[in-house]
Design a protein around this ligand. Structure first.
Ligand code: FES
Ligand SMILES: [Fe+2]
Length: 458
């Protein structure tokens, strides 16, 4: 069934109209862009896509084995021999910083009897010694030493065949991606609009103030989808309504990427009466952490967005050692979240540098791994500040209590994650065979599934 795009937005102020009324520095062109209205029909999505072990098996076979996927950050392995292990399903990948500064990835498996080469991350290795019989590999994967080599004439005859098997590995903006498919196109091609749209926010000049992982009892797609729309804001994050334009969020869809732009310091269209500009300003400032008694009144005639952007500049600029005077309000205060198929969600802008990653966990379709990093810009003329080490939370651990470094995002994640177990249970007891999606606000979810289908059909 094909439908025309819904007109459900027509009574709301579009994002572009609000951006056009912003006073202040020029807004980067990509933020003024709108994709053609997405419409993929209104068919339900079968719940088996989330619950079926067979669907998951197909995803491993057809998708994860062939798609570019964010494996780690280059700054996590800064020096020669630094390495870490990335896992997807039952595949384990060893990623190694090379002496020449490059990065290589290998199947993390010994060429003798297949023991894992590295059980976890490490620093400054000069070679890798397998823990079973000590076959030893150079950092570039070539075979260095075999104890009792006299017993392996096949190795003596063709040593090159016994190096670690290399996997494609390419880097964008300090993000290291791997792809098991030698025939795949380039990473840059796969990243679609990202290199162009992220020019104003170079990701390589960011460091992590939070690096948190949670194993979540729900399918990886359902977990990811909770972050693809702002439709849930009015009930799941009701504290944001006074200052968040949730229902007039702009959704854009390109080839392998999509975006939402939810504006801040503007009231929700769900509120029958938005507050005065001063109310909106006050609520926004308080939500951004300004102490109540230090929030000044909004100067006469000054838009709330302009005043919040000014405060963000003064607060964040010195923290990150950057002069933000020439940055637009949108870059300073709005929620601008991109999606790169299949599982990376980088936020644009300067102050909300969230990075999400979602992946399946082993062979249980109802278990997934969620990673979030909060990455702030730093002045690249100075040294790179140290990044926060990985912290792993149990599902029950609240972000507020156990990961306060996520700052004002921690309580929001707690609200999001409180839904997930209930969604997983609800899917299993669903009276109808499919879930239903909105035409516009949930179009990114449909686009995501359309891409999944395309990959599974290849
Ligand atoms: S399995 Fe690695 S040395 Fe034997
Ligand atoms: Fe949310």
């Amino acid at each position: 069934m094909t439908t025309v795009p819904s007109d459900a937005r027509e009574t709301m102020t579009p994002v572009q109209e609000i951006l056009a009324s912003d006073i202040g520095p020029e807004i980067p062109a990509p933020l003024l862009e709108q994709s053609p209205p997405p419409s993929y029909g209104v068919e339900d999505l079968d719940v088996d896509r989330y619950l079926s072990p067979e669907f998951m098996r197909l995803e491993y076979e057809k998708l994860w084995s062939r798609v570019w996927q964010w494996a780690c950050l280059a700054h996590e392995i800064p020096e020669s021999g630094d390495h870490l292990v990335y896992e997807i399903g039952d595949k384990s990948v060893l990623i190694v910083r090379q002496p020449d500064g490059g990065i290589k990835a290998f199947y993390n498996s010994c060429q003798h009897r297949a023991r894992l080469i590295a059980d976890g991350p490490g620093e400054g290795a000069t070679s890798f010694v397998c823990g079973f019989h000590a076959w030893t590999y150079n950092l570039d994967g070539t075979l260095k030493h075999v104890p009792c080599q006299w017993d392996f004439p096949q190795v003596t005859e063709n040593r090159a065949r016994f190096g670690l098997r290399e996997i494609r590995c390419e880097t964008y903006g300090g993000f290291v991606f791997i792809n098991f498919d030698d025939e795949a196109g380039s990473l840059i091609e796969h990243l679609d609009v990202i290199p162009e749209h992220f020019k104003p926010y170079p990701l390589e000049h960011r460091f992590s103030v939070a690096n948190v992982r949670k194993i979540v009892p729900i399918n990886w797609k359902a977990c990811l989808e909770a972050f693809l729309e702002s439709y849930h804001v009015y009930l799941t994050h009701p504290q944001a309504l006074e200052f968040t334009g949730d229902a007039n969020t702009q959704y854009d869809i390109w080839k392998t990427t999509s975006r939402l732009m939810t504006l801040t310091a503007t009231p929700s269209p769900h509120l029958s009466e938005g507050g005065t500009p001063d109310d909106v300003f006050h609520a926004t400032a308080a939500a951004f952490g300004a102490p109540e008694d230090q929030i000044p009144p909004l100067p006469d005639g000054m838009p709330a967005r302009a005043m919040i952007a000014e405060m963000a500049k003064q607060l964040v600029g010195p923290q990150i050692g950057m002069n933000l005077d020439d940055r637009s309000h949108a870059e300073l205060i709005d929620s601008i979240e991109y999606f790169v198929f299949p599982n990376w969600l980088p936020w644009a802008g300067l102050t909300q540098g969230l990075q999400y990653r979602f992946r399946p966990n082993g062979d249980d379709p109802c278990s997934s791994i969620f990673d979030v990093q909060l990455m702030l810009p730093f002045d690249p003329s100075g040294p790179r500040p140290p990044s926060a080490p990985l912290k792993v939370l149990q599902y029950e651990d609240s972000f507020v209590e156990h990961a306060p470094e996520l700052s004002l995002f921690a309580p929001i994640f707690d609200q999001d994650f409180a839904n997930l177990v209930a969604i997983n249970k609800g899917m299993k007891t669903h009276g109808k065979p499919g879930i239903t999606l909105g035409d516009y606000q949930e179009a990114r979810i449909r686009h995501f599934h359309k891409l999944v289908d395309e990959w599974l059909a290849r």
